[in-house]
Design a protein around this ligand. Structure first.
Ligand SMILES: [Zn+2]
Length: 305
């Protein structure tokens, strides 16, 4: 399908909108009945797709970038339209766990989808993607687009590779404006291993003299606590894992600890074996600072016991 190749070769991304829209369309080859099938009508070789189908997915894909990973979409302070819409409906949609496509296709979110269609998809994103990737025609009079069966079949048969290529485009764009690590893994939405192996963790507990890293109380059982929050670092390595008591672990949650603990962690890590190549105090301090600026927020209070 040469239209996709043309799009992947284009180097003109001004935002993540175009590849994200293409990601939404990929779903047309592979989706469940309760994920918006009422919006897809087949007529011979043509599929007419109501933009509600696209809007629900658009919101779904931006949700983790905003609420979970807190990634900026632009270098300026003004948030993009879809972020503003998500923020507006923050209460209804929730910020703790990822909303399903089914939920976003439900009646409850019809107004939110409508705003997404009118506020961005219909007039901005659809015409722009069409310039680079002519795989649909726009129905001006209604909120829908038309795709040929061949296009949908192609997307169905190549979903994985097309999705990976689109995620790569999005990650490349986001990496320019965010210092957050592992952005491409974050986009894949499959969760990497989140705990250290038992023997490695046991060494950490010994290094801490069986005391909680934060409150220093002696203990029997400890939680593996990501010093720099998991949703920012998205990786599990000894140098960022501390043994914490249950109470400190739940109180800290995904906040960044006060800098006095960073000094303590650097000292503790000096005694760790098998630190990865590239680890240094400088590296750890930079990571901490990037997290403070890009994830935690400078105006937010740093956590302490
Ligand atoms: Zn504690």
């Amino acid at each position: 399908m040469s239209e996709f190749n043309r799009f992947f070769k284009s180097k003109t991304l001004a935002s993540t909108y175009k590849p994200t829209l293409a990601k939404c369309l990929l779903d047309l080859g592979d989706y469940k009945q309760d994920e918006g099938s009422q919006w897809v009508k087949k007529d011979g070789n043509n599929f007419t797709v109501d933009l509600n189908f696209v809007a629900a997915r658009f919101l779904r894909y931006y949700w983790p970038l905003l609420f979970k990973f807190k990634l900026k979409q632009e270098a300026t302070k003004t948030p993009i339209v879809v972020y503003r819409i998500l923020k507006e409906y923050e209460k209804e949609i929730g910020v703790k766990s990822i909303p399903s496509k089914k939920l976003l296709c439900s009646e409850k979110f019809s107004e939110m989808r409508k705003k997404t269609i009118q506020g961005g998809i219909k007039h901005m994103v659809l015409p722009r993607l069409l310039n680079d990737c002519k795989i649909y025609t726009i129905n001006k009079s209604s909120n829908s687009i038309v795709l040929k069966k061949e296009v949908i079949d192609y997307m169905k048969n190549n979903k994985k590779i097309l999705e990976a290529a689109l995620n790569h485009m999005i990650a490349e764009y986001l990496e320019k404006i965010n210092s957050s690590p592992n952005i491409s893994t974050k986009l894949e939405e499959k969760i990497p291993r989140t705990t250290l192996k038992k023997d490695k963790f046991a060494k950490i507990i010994t290094l801490q003299n069986s005391c909680c890293f934060y409150c220093e109380k002696k203990g029997q059982s400890f939680a593996q606590e990501h010093f720099i929050p998991w949703n920012f670092i998205f990786d599990t390595q000894s140098f960022n894992i501390v043994a914490a008591c249950k109470s400190c672990n739940s109180s800290k949650h995904d906040r960044l600890p006060n800098s006095k603990y960073l000094e303590k962690l650097l000292k503790r890590n000096d005694n760790l074996e098998n630190l990865p190549y590239g680890y240094s105090h400088e590296f750890m301090k930079n990571l901490y600072e990037s997290c403070r600026l890009g994830y935690h927020g400078i105006e937010q209070k740093l956590w302490k016991v």
